[in-house]
Design a protein around this ligand. Structure first.
Ligand SMILES: *Cc1c(COP(=O)(O)O)cnc(C)c1O
Length: 222
């Protein structure tokens, strides 16, 4: 894992250098879905602190084993159904996939204890392809208003997932669209880019990249 992490770090360094950004502008989120809690611990030992998980139920089974990792933060990056909002708000520090006002309100009502905010990203759907989750760009103004009225939520920024492609370059237009939307709405955090296209995402302004395979190897099918 150390060798893979070093390689990912090197790729990040090269990408930020190419576009005149600094390493501190980009947060690496280690995507540990479908890997056991021991992998999270090992990554933590190597210095990683931000982790991404896709499935509420799967992480529920691992959360106890990683609850002692001080300073670790867990991001939900998979689709969230509003009937799982309460448990998700308890398990995660960040929800990256808020796409409806109803879901935001459910998360808000669940309320983190003791004035701890739940950080949220709004997932934006930028392509007409199969994946059904994400708010349309035209729905963003109303969704942003709704989230701003939620006193337990703190709006961080936008998240997107371009249509799958083996190449990185086709993602660029989607990443650029997300950046423009962020600028239009005054949202500075942009979660975009995965193992195969995070350099392009960094060039287009990503502040958070979500990397699984490049760090941990291939996952089993869910
Ligand atoms: C699985 C996943 C990732 C990580 O993908 P890799 O190609 O393994 O880096 C990033 N974002 C989301 C939303 C994912 O579901």
């Amino acid at each position: 894992m150390k060798i893979r992490l070093d390689a990912v770090e090197e790729r990040i360094q090269q990408a930020v250098k190419r576009c005149g950004r600094s390493r501190g502008d980009v947060t690496l989120i280690a995507v540990t879905k479908l890997f056991p809690a021991s992998v999270i611990r090992e990554a933590y030992e190597l210095g990683l602190r931000e982790f991404g998980e896709n499935y509420v139920q799967e992480f529920q089974g691992k959360a106890n084993e990683v609850s002692d990792l001080r300073g670790a933060r867990f991001h939900l990056i998979g689709h969230l159904q509003s009937n799982k909002a309460k448990i998700a708000s308890e398990l995660f520090d960040v929800i990256q996939t808020v796409d409806t006002a109803k879901l935001a309100q459910r998360l808000d009502a669940a309320g983190k204890p003791l004035d701890v905010f739940l950080d949220v990203f709004l997932e934006v759907k930028l392509s007409a392809e199969d994946s059904k989750s994400g708010a349309l760009p035209s729905e963003l103004p109303a969704l942003i208003d709704a989230v701003k009225q939620c006193s337990h939520l703190r709006l961080a920024g936008l998240m997107t997932m371009p249509p799958w492609s083996d190449d990185a370059e086709p993602s660029r237009l989607y990443f650029r669209q997300l950046r423009v939307l962020g600028e239009q709405h005054g949202l500075s955090a942009l979660s975009m880019g995965m193992s195969h296209d995070f350099e392009v995402a960094i060039e287009e302004g990503a502040t958070h990249i979500r990397v699984g395979t490049a760090l941990f190897g291939r996952r089993k099918k869910p």
